[in-house]
Design a protein around this ligand. Sequence first.
Ligand code: A2P
Length: 341
Amino acid sequence: MNKYRVAIVGATGLVGSEFIKVLEQRNFPISDLQMFASDRSAGKKLYFAHEEYEVKETATDSFRDVDIAFFSAGTDTSKYFAPIATKSGAVVIDNSVAFRMDDSVPLVVPEVNTEDIKKHKGIIANPNCSTIQMVVAINPLHRVNPIKRIIVTTLQSVSGTGSAAVEELTAQSSQVLRGQDTTPHVYPHQIAFNTLPHIDVFLDNAYTKEEWKMVEETRKIMHAEDMLVSATCVRVPVFNSHSEAVTLEFTNPITPEEARRILSQAPGVYVLDDPGISLYPTPWMAASTDVTYVGRIRRDVSHFNGLVMWVVADNIRKGAALNAVQIAEEMIKHNWVKPGD
Ligand code: A2P
């Protein structure tokens, strides 16, 4: 089996650490691994398969001996270094928002649109975490009965904002429990024991950029230009996993039983739906797992062709690192990437 020279950019971050775990757990065929971050982390030691690796500062010559580069180091880093990496011959799988809506860049969730990978010109974009888990859960239904409209409310964990946000929730939680005042740094308000209907910046149309990502990215991944999507994205005081209440309007009527049957055979989906015994997905149980869980599947009593469901997945795994590694695995499987010397 071919082996590949792999680089992780942002290796010291939350998604970066998950890249390391996922590559190791899935026995990804690696001949050489390099870990990059900012100058702040240069010299730091990280571990992969019990071996020590020294973190290097990301530089213009970092990608000379790299076949596949996983990027999760922020939008500016991707904008600057991803084109440099592709010029050096690496294929970049980028977790930032930098290239997602670029027409020449495939935006891929392997369960939905693997074939799009083929059209890449060096960069493949990993979608927004909330979009990934939603399309994994709704695309199998859309194939059978086209979806016309989606209304979704997300409940997003703080790990999606990075390690500083995880530290902020930890610190604020204990401050509140001790009766002390909190000072927000990462979010505009206290996140502990609170919910914030504000993720990313506000746009002129009064939606947030996170909400707009769900609109545009869903249409691009599912090749559904006319699909109507409206999202409300909410940050909640949960460390891991995003939850979503999704209301779907189909072209034709669909029963919850039919949806359950289709989803129980769908790739990457696990149906947990027995309200009688309080069985439904929760973020706590989804954390550190690979599948997208669906439960609370029920008829939308407000629309004849409607269904409502509850979708939960680990945002750092399926919503970021795992999805990116699955893209690389598909490229290898289909011979769309060649190993270097
Ligand atoms: P560093 O740890 O050196 O700051 P998180 O999303 O968990 O906050 O992680 C962000 C990741 O992006 C970290 O690995 C961070 O490295 C990396 N990073 C941030 N800025 C840069 C940069 N200018 N160049 C390379 N890596 C960066």
